[in-house]
Design a protein around this ligand. Structure first.
Ligand code: C2E
Ligand code: MG
Ligand code: MG
Ligand code: MG
Length: 290
């Protein structure tokens, strides 16, 4: 980096800068190795139908079993991954793995929706629609069970390219959700331009939701906006039982958050929701509960 930045100007290596650079380089090399050594794993977080308490879907969230540092969440490595050459390979791995898992669950009699987060380069470069079509074909997952999650900031980078890709994805029958809705720099016109299927209200508005607050006004308005446009709305970051009732009274369709379950390993997800579903907070029992 210093080399390219340094033409005609001098870059002084502060010790802290140097350390940061080394750390980043190590992380980048580690990411490439991680794919080869199968150190990534997808965790799954439940998405609950607030009216019935039934399981509606799961969001796939990447984790890295780092050989030295232990289990890492995406905040610790995705920013570096997205800026590196391994980004595309990781993204493809995530898409394949999530679709394969959802297809397996569907075959086992649990046809739930699977949410997959898109990285910026996936939407803006390459042929995402063709890749998605290929992954659906090889895994056998029904397109209607796949939902791709994008943040507004990804769309801003090149909204023409994004709109084109969205059109192709929609043709496949795959759904699109706006993630972290309300926190990005996107304008409301993006709702018209990209016509997503679902809004995911960001957890910052939801996690401490109480009646009469600014958060309540924002959440209520967002749900209303979504409903008016015929979109499904899901609230992220539900941590308290009281929040469920409040969201339900506001007409929110679905919820996701630690209250219903933190992101968990596939086997734990199956154990919790398919084998022995709990019947407490916010979720009804299942007729086929063991
Ligand atoms: P996101 O897509 O908005 O995912 C939701 C994040 O909120 C997850 O963090 C989840 O663990 C966390 N969360 C869920 N419920 C609660 C709650 O009740 N309270 C609080 N405080 N947090 C909650 P995580 O897994 O660390 O992921 C962070 C972000 O990293 C994700 O945000 C997503 O943007 C990105 N990411 C995760 N997996 C992937 C991936 O496979 N590919 C790409 N491109 N990005 C990913
Ligand atoms: Mg997401
Ligand atoms: Mg989110
Ligand atoms: Mg996020």
């Amino acid at each position: 980096r210093a080399k390219t930045a340094g033409r005609g100007c001098s870059v002084r290596f502060e010790p802290s800068f140097r350390a940061e650079f080394d750390q980043r380089l190590e992380l980048e090399q580690g990411l490439a190795r991680a794919l080869l050594h199968d150190e990534f794993e997808l965790f799954y977080q439940p998405q609950i139908d607030l009216a019935t308490g039934a399981l509606a879907g799961a969001e796939a969230l990447i984790r890295w079993w780092h050989p030295r540092r232990g289990l890492l969440t995406p905040g610790a490595f995705m920013p570096v991954a997205n800026a590196s050459s391994v980004s595309d390979a990781i993204s493809l791995w995530v898409l394949r793995r999530a679709c394969r898992q959802a297809a397996a669950w569907s075959d086992a009699g649990h046809p739930i929706r699977i949410g997959v987060n898109l990285s910026p380069s996936q939407l803006l470069f390459g042929d995402l629609a063709a890749t998605v079509a290929d992954v659906l074909a090889t895994t056998g997952l029904s397109p209607s069970r796949l939902e791709l999650e994008v943040t507004e900031d990804i769309l801003i980078a090149d909204d023409e390219a994004a709109a084109r890709t969205f059109g192709q994805i929609r043709q496949l029958g795959v759904q699109i959700a706006f993630d972290d809705f309300g926190t990005g720099y996107g304008s409301l016109s993006y709702l018209k331009k990209f016509a997503p299927d679902r809004l995911k209200i960001d957890k910052s508005f939801v996690h401490e939701l109480t009646i009469g607050t600014d958060d309540a006004a924002i959440v209520r308005s967002t749900i209303g906006l979504g409903k008016q446009l015929g979109l499904s709305v899901i609230a992220e970051g539900i941590e308290h039982t009281d929040t469920v009732g409040l969201l339900r009274s506001m007409g929110c369709d679905e919820g996701q958050g630690y209250l219903f379950g933190a992101p968990m390993r596939a086997a734990t997800f199956e154990q919790t929701f398919f084998v022995a579903p709990r019947t407490d907070v916010g979720r009804g029992g299942r007729a086929d509960a063991a």
